[in-house]
Design a protein around this ligand. Structure first.
Ligand code: HEC
Ligand code: HEC
Length: 271
């Protein structure tokens, strides 16, 4: 520094008419350079060593803001017991839940809901949480995303209101294979009725005429997961848990799923 402006450096060859001058670096540039060195020394100490703006702190701030905006009171309060809520809940239950838990709540594919045995807890908030979040791995759909918070609360309130009215029956008979599945396993003797299975297990979401409701239309030409027989069989077996399609493999077993897949395939590919 200290040299006069526009003094040629002298050592370099001129190239394409460009020569090198020995000018001092501009003050603003030196200021930024020095400033970033100072900043780089202080910032890590503040960020890592002190309670700086860590990701955890930012997360806490965002969670607090979300909680202020969408209060969790619904999740902790006991469920409503007024007649209007229970009537609405019963209707939702009969159309949406009865296919797995039976119309009288004594259980089928899903466990008995009126005995004293609870897998996920029988308090109001626990029932609400189970219905909202489902148990994807066990075939209980996450109804929160499908029905929305109000209907879920009504259905949960209805279940809660029936709690304990059914004695102490053992939970879900799911372990015992259905007689016709056993029979089918021995050969072609019993042909499983795909249509009947569909109405019992699938119509609640795909509608009795298969035109779709919670789950998509199964008889149009549009497929999310493929319309070949093998693809349909795979979708039914594995489900799409995060989209609300139950993984039926462990619930129904291979024979019933094969009958269902053939039924869906046949209906969606009319000759
Ligand atoms: C596709 C079948 C299916 C449907 C439809 C279904 N459930 Fe379930 N549900 C299950 C299964 C399977 C379980 C057992 C989960 C487990 O073993 O962890 C279950 C568990 C539950 C539980 C927890 C029981 C316990 O012992 O903790 C509640 C409560 C419940 N379901 C309510 C509902 C409600 C309300 C609806 C309708 C909105 C519904 N279910 C629809 C299959 C179903
Ligand atoms: C709890 C609601 C629900 C039930 C019960 C249900 N499904 Fe689904 N199903 C869905 C949803 C939601 C989807 C869409 C998944 C996605 O978006 O990826 C779906 C997708 C499908 C698909 C794929 C469609 C495509 O376009 O690729 C088939 C096939 C299917 N379901 C068959 C069945 C059969 C057979 C049953 C009865 C054993 C059944 N579903 C029961 C909700 C359900």
């Amino acid at each position: 520094m200290g040299k006069a402006m526009n003094e040629k450096l002298g050592h370099s060859e001129e190239a394409d008419g460009i020569e090198e001058y020995d000018n001092a670096l501009p003050d603003w540039w030196l200021g930024l350079f020095g400033g970033s060195i100072v900043f780089a020394a202080i910032y890590p100490i503040w960020h890592h060593g002190m309670e700086g703006n860590t990701q955890a702190a930012a997360y806490d701030v965002e969670m607090a803001a979300a909680e202020a905006r969408w209060p969790k009171t619904e999740m902790v309060a006991e469920l409503p017991t007024d007649a209007a809520t229970l009537a609405a809940g019963e209707q939702i239950y009969q159309t949406t839940c009865a296919s797995c838990h039976k119309a009288d709540l004594t259980g089928g594919i899903g466990p008995n809901l009126i005995d004293d045995t609870w897998i996920h807890g029988g308090s109001g908030p626990e029932i609400l949480a189970t219905v909202t979040n489902g148990v994807a791995a066990k075939g209980m759909p996450a109804w929160g995303a499908i029905l929305g918070p109000q209907k879920v609360q009504q259905a949960a309130a209805f279940v809660f209101s029936k709690k304990g009215t059914g004695g102490t029956t053992a939970p879900a008979p799911e372990a015992a294979p259905a007689p016709e599945a056993v029979a089918a396993g021995t050969g072609e003797a019993v042909a499983l009725d795909g249509e009947k299975l569909f109405q019992e297990n699938c119509a609640v979401c795909h509608k009795a005429d298969m035109t779709g409701q919670i789950g998509p239309n199964l008889i149009d030409a549009e497929w999310i997961h493929g319309g070949e027989l093998d693809q349909i069989r795979t979708t039914i077996t594995k489900g799409v848990p995060d989209k609300g399609m139950v993984a039926w493999g462990p619930i129904l077993g291979d024979e019933k799923i094969d009958a269902l897949a053939r039924f869906v395939h046949e209906k969606s590919h009319p000759q």
